[in-house]
Design a protein around this ligand. Sequence first.
Ligand SMILES: Cc1cc2nc3c(=O)[nH]c(=O)nc-3n(C[C@H](O)[C@H](O)[C@H](O)COP(=O)(O)O)c2cc1C
Length: 206
Amino acid sequence: MSGESKNNSKTNRRALDSIHKTRPKVLLGVSGGIAAYKAVDLASKLTAAGAGVKTVMTENACRFVGPKSFEAVTGSPVFTSLWTKSEEYRIKHVNLVDWADIVVLAPATANIIAKITNGICDDLLSATFCVCWQKPTLLAPAMNGNMWHNPAVQRNVERAREMGFNLIGPTKGRLANGAIAEGRMSEPQDILEAVEKLASKIKKSG
Ligand SMILES: Cc1cc2nc3c(=O)[nH]c(=O)nc-3n(C[C@H](O)[C@H](O)[C@H](O)COP(=O)(O)O)c2cc1C
């Protein structure tokens, strides 16, 4: 095993141990970007580490990956609409936020970032973010490099920071179109570790 992979596996174990102890309830929001498939891995890693995970997907996220995948890896129902009946939650965007300790948005599209920083709440995920802005949150933007550097997107990202949302990434790397640019979603393992840090802070102040 190389030095780097030894260090990685140590960090992995630390993140797993800590999430296992704190068992945070994580509301995972998934928006419609190509990196949505990686969010299944994130949901799986969070669940394996001991977090409770409920997933909210946008309609466009469901075009990239099926809700069943999240349901299967988390063992929990997946919510996709403000309007469908749910046995578990009557007013979903409010009750799901009440349930959650931490709200994660991965991937965060340019579109959802624009919505949540401008108070637009026209679907379940954006309405959820309109409610949860005072909770510990983590956004993992992912998009084409030109989109990421677009001044309007950068303005919204800056506003997200000002509003108190935590951000991770994006990183520079190979994007869906084959280009190497900034816009790649942070790896699920890195997001897991960022969630672990938020979870340990909740524990301290709780
Ligand atoms: C193949 C494909 C890949 C896309 N990838 C991304 C992406 O990585 N990031 C992004 O911000 N938008 C991406 N888009 C555009 C979004 O899907 C679009 O802006 C959509 O309205 C986002 O909806 P949502 O934020 O409600 O999920 C992609 C679109 C297509 C067709």
